[in-house]
Design a protein around this ligand. Structure first.
Ligand SMILES: Nc1nc2c(ncn2[C@@H]2O[C@H](COP(=O)(O)OP(=O)(O)OP(=O)(O)O)[C@@H](O)[C@H]2O)c(=O)[nH]1
Ligand SMILES: [Mg+2]
Length: 349
């Protein structure tokens, strides 16, 4: 087996000392990397373009913004109604639930089946000091020489809820290059809602005995996830009970289609194939292009409302009228472009 090492923030695994890293550095220093070229490399499955892509989407200059639009055009030239075909999956759950350990095993499982994987672990900066509560935080283990894997931790830039605005752009560009893009975020409730806006499928991860997810589900605080994962199944009865209780709660909510999977990320590893299958079943129910288009429009409305408040929405004739303004826009328009459309209309009134 190839050696594994641990990921850490700011590393560019998959890029190594390739030309992509040079391009990424150039992008930071001044002129951003060419979006068209990066998009074409991603479409060819070249993950060495990934570090430069992340730098580009995180660059806030106007020049970079133009290149991001070109990147998205190049990516959209792929099949599937203008959407990158990779499955974008959000993995969210409370601190210490076992997300990173699970992702290490999931990556291994997908790679064993010759599926390529990109992981974006979003690290809310506010949690840095809290760190792992017991100092036992696991990092995602991966093989740095594997060209079919790209893993990076990114800081969330202090935003509560934990999802950096660039995460959507990065995930959807990487979905042109790989079979699966995973986004790890911490939290249940608001964080899970935020990640749901960006991904195709949401897996909520809970550890046995915490009861959080059960209470949140019953109280309607947590939206029903696409897949529920009980970790640490090696703990035995307590994990099986958690699984049964969650399944019962879902049934009482009339959500019979949501699968509850129990996994163990420590030896003997178990449940990974079940989880992969559950995610694939969910993926197959989706009209991906329509869903992603609708989520981008909803996110643009939410961003506009966050920026301009109730008053801003009233200028546009209310939320429904504002939503109608976006229907005429191209299906592939990205969130910043859609926010611009709303702001343009608001100024014109
Ligand atoms: N017994 C057991 N322990 C596990 C399992 N998975 C993870 N752990 C342990 O639980 C702790 C937290 O695991 P992480 O994978 O860091 O959890 P996380 O959800 O990514 O944590 P944060 O990123 O800090 O929110 C570590 O000590 C792991 O070794 C498991 O399947 N069984
Ligand atoms: Mg983690």
């Amino acid at each position: 087996m190839k050696p594994l090492r641990q990921s850490s923030a700011g590393e560019h695994p998959g890029g190594g000392s390739s030309p992509a890293l040079g391009a990424a550095r150039a992008g930071r220093a001044g002129r951003p990397s060419s979006g068209t070229e990066l998009g074409e490399r991603l479409r060819a499955g070249d993950l060495s373009a990934a570090p430069a892509v992340l730098n580009l989407v995180e660059n806030r200059t106007d020049a970079a913004r133009e290149e991001v639009v070109l990147l998205q055009k190049a990516v959209a030239a792929a099949a599937l109604g203008g959407e990158a075909p990779g499955h974008v999956v959000g993995v969210t759950g409370p601190p210490g639930a076992g997300k990173s350990s699970l992702l290490s095993e999931l990556v291994r499982t997908w790679r064993a089946g010759a599926r390529s994987v990109a992981v974006l672990a979003v690290d809310p900066s506010s949690r840095r000091t809290r760190g792992s509560l017991l100092g036992d935080r696991a990092r995602i283990a991966f093989d740095p020489t594997d060209p079919g894997t790209f893993i990076r931790s990114t800081a969330a830039g202090g935003r509560l809820g934990g999802l950096a605005p660039a995460t959507r752009a990065a995930a959807h560009a990487l979905a042109a290059a790989v079979d699966v893009v995973l986004i790890e975020t911490v939290g249940v409730g608001q964080a899970e809602v935020e990640v749901a806006d960006v991904v195709d499928s949401v897996a909520v991860v809970v550890q046995p005995g915490s009861g959080d997810a059960l209470q949140f589900l019953k109280a309607g605080i947590m939206e029903v996830p696409d897949v529920l994962v009980v970790t640490k199944a090696d703990l035995g009865d307590i994990a099986m009970r958690a699984r049964r209780d969650l399944a019962a709660a879902l049934r009482s909510l009339g959500e019979r289609d949501t699968r509850v999977v129990a996994v163990s990320s420590v030896s003997p590893v178990r449940g990974m194939d079940d989880l992969v299958a559950a995610l694939e079943v969910h993926r197959d129910t989706l009209d991906l292009p329509a869903m992603r288009r609708d989520k981008r429009r909803a996110s643009a409305l939410a961003a506009f409302a966050a920026e301009h408040g109730e008053r801003g929405l009233r200028v546009l004739g209310g939320p429904r009228a504002a939503a109608r303004l976006l229907v005429a826009e191209p299906a592939g328009a990205d969130v910043p472009a859609l926010v611009n459309v709303l702001e343009h209309h608001a100024h014109a009134r």
